[in-house]
Design a protein around this ligand. Structure first.
Ligand SMILES: Nc1ncnc2c1ncn2[C@@H]1O[C@H](COP(=O)(O)OP(=O)(O)OP(=O)(O)O)[C@@H](O)[C@H]1O
Length: 515
């Protein structure tokens, strides 16, 4: 059945000469020109193409007047009172960027129905209809497991987003206050309802944790989660900045220290290793001696430094080098990195399992002071999910949500950056995806992550150049920096794979009230 144009659209203009299959200049009707706005959805109806419509978006509305032209003298300049509005003859032109063809049983589509790539340039004189209610478009789309998080800015069309493409990852970008966190919260609700599982890393503890009870999830504190020994090793060597043999000593000591702490506070067999036993056995004898001589129990950092000395000695380092290494560690690794280990009783794999069982876990990162440790926790959880995939060899349906991603997905974000990049590159086969949000793109997100984002929501951007960066791997049509400058809060373009039109569409995100 053809689209009932009079019910859902109003005629606003005609196509002018010079139209192509992707772009059509149009003239707007005088009586309706003020009702047409950039980003409006329109249908072009070409009388030569029966039961076929071209769907497009209005761009670059320009007002003209035949006499009031720049560089040409006019009467107003000499006699301001003589210029009567009656004698002014304004008119408006615009462009329509054609996004798709809609087949409605048309002979040009062999009688099929649905959305197709448009290959026809509209005939000049074709009518242009602004969609006031674009709902009927939904019937022409094929969308798997759709979710909606908002409406098209002007036609109020609830654009269905295709969650099959979630596995190709999502980015949310915009200047501060544009509504990134609320957009993600809205999406989280929909995804959880559709059966996806999410682990959300709440960097400051105020953006997501307060909403959890409403969404039916669990909050866990970052300070309770175990950091994998090898990730702790990398954190400590990064903090000390040592290289080569000194780095070996620090990393071996860190791994063995974490394993001994975890195995003594409930970690069991998983954290026992013969390699560490060789070293730890030696250390235990030293500690025993300390107790015998009446010295007080050493702090966690002192314990680590003692272990570091043992390891460095085993690596045949010179006494002066060992001394320097211990001093460096004491000065550059905060005490709480070691002290906090004892309170970490929750396995990263438990967090993954809870998310898969209950659908939503928010990791409250606010009680963790050190950014390196926060990154270590994210990396540990990301790796635990890979461990599970490796063991079960089946898709997970799990997403990691990383807001303030400049802290985790940047070029120099260590283990966290690497872990997110691995998911961005290889997660799709296992339905293991990421949703990252940040204010900037090029500066905040490492190339291996940002170039693998299949869907991007973007609003007013903080850095010039970021739009061009996005255009490098997404079809952004003719959206320009000027289009972004006009956007308000909750207004985001959605571009990429989850958008069934595959071209940027301006959305107004549903309301998400405070927690
Ligand atoms: N969808 C929405 N529903 C209701 N209020 C919203 C919505 N989006 C944004 N807001 C309002 O705008 C404020 C800022 O939103 P939000 O915290 O999501 O922005 P942000 O882009 O994540 O900012 P930042 O980068 O500073 O974290 C919110 O506190 C809320 O008042």
């Amino acid at each position: 059945m053809p689209i009932a144009l009079p019910r859902v659209a109003e005629e606003v203009g005609i196509v002018l000469s010079g139209a192509s299959a992707s772009m059509a200049p149009i003239a707007l009707r005088r009586d309706r020109e003020l009702r047409v706005l950039e980003e409006d959805l329109v249908l072009l109806v070409d009388p030569r193409l029966e039961n076929y419509y071209m769907l497009g978006v209005v761009r670059w509305i320009t007002r003209y007047e035949p006499f009031l032209r720049r560089n040409i003298h006019n009467i107003y300049v000499e006699h301001p009172d003589a210029l009567d509005t009656e004698v002014v003859m304004p008119f408006s032109n615009a462009y329509v960027e054609i996004y798709a063809g809609i087949c409605d049983g048309s002979p040009v589509c062999d009688g099929a129905r649905g959305l197709v790539n448009n290959v026809y340039a509209p005939t000049p004189g074709s009518k242009v209809f602004k969609l006031v209610d674009a709902k009927p478009l939904t019937d022409y789309l094929t969308v798997s497991r759709p979710i909606t998080i908002g409406v098209h800015r002007y036609s109020k069309w609830r654009l269905p987003l295709d969650t099959e493409w979630l596995n190709y990852h999502v980015g949310v970008f915009g200047a501060t206050g544009t509504g990134k966190s609320r957009l993600i919260l809205r999406m989280m609700k929909e995804l959880v309802e559709k059966g996806y599982s999410l682990i959300v890393f709440d960097h400051s503890g105020v953006d997501y944790a307060p909403f959890v009870s409403r969404l039916g999830g669990t909050v866990v504190r970052a300070s309770e989660i175990r950091i994998e020994p090898q990730i702790l090793a990398s954190i400590i060597s990064r903090l000390t900045g040592v290289q080569s043999q000194q780095r070996d000593a620090v990393e071996i000591a860190a791994m063995c220290y974490a394993m001994s702490v975890y195995s003594s506070n409930g970690g069991g067999e998983r954290y026992k290793s013969e390699e560490c036993n060789e070293i730890l056995g030696h250390r235990t004898r030293q500690q025993g001696l300390a107790r015998y001589t009446g010295e007080k129990q050493p702090s966690a950092r002192d314990e680590f430094l003692e272990l570091l000395k043992t390891v460095a000695t085993r690596l045949n380092m010179r006494p002066a080098s060992i001394l320097k290494l211990r001093l460096l560690t004491r000065l550059s690794v905060p005490e709480h990195v070691f002290e906090g280990l004892k309170a970490r009783r929750l396995e990263p794999l438990d967090v993954v399992d809870t998310a898969l069982r209950e659908r939503l876990v928010v990791v409250d990162m606010s009680d963790e002071q050190d950014i390196e440790v926060k990154r270590g926790i994210l990396a540990s959880i990301a790796n635990a999910a890979w461990e599970k995939i490796g063991r079960e060899r089946s898709p997970l349906g799990l997403g990691l949500v990383v807001d303030e991603a400049q802290n985790y997905a940047c070029e120099y974000c260590g283990e966290a950056g690497r872990a997110l990049e691995t998911i961005a590159r290889e997660g799709r086969k296992w339905k293991y995806f990421i949703i990252v949000a940040s204010q900037r793109i090029a500066r905040d997100i490492r190339p291996g992550v940002r170039s693998n984002l299949g869907t991007v929501f973007f609003s007013k951007l903080q850095s010039t150049g970021d739009l061009q960066e996005l255009a490098g791997y997404l079809d952004l049509g003719r959206v320009t920096e000027a289009s972004l400058a006009m956007l308000g809060r909750r207004e985001f373009y959605v571009a990429g794979l989850m958008n069934p039109l595959r071209r940027p569409l301006l959305m107004y995100i549903d309301s998400v009230d405070g927690g």
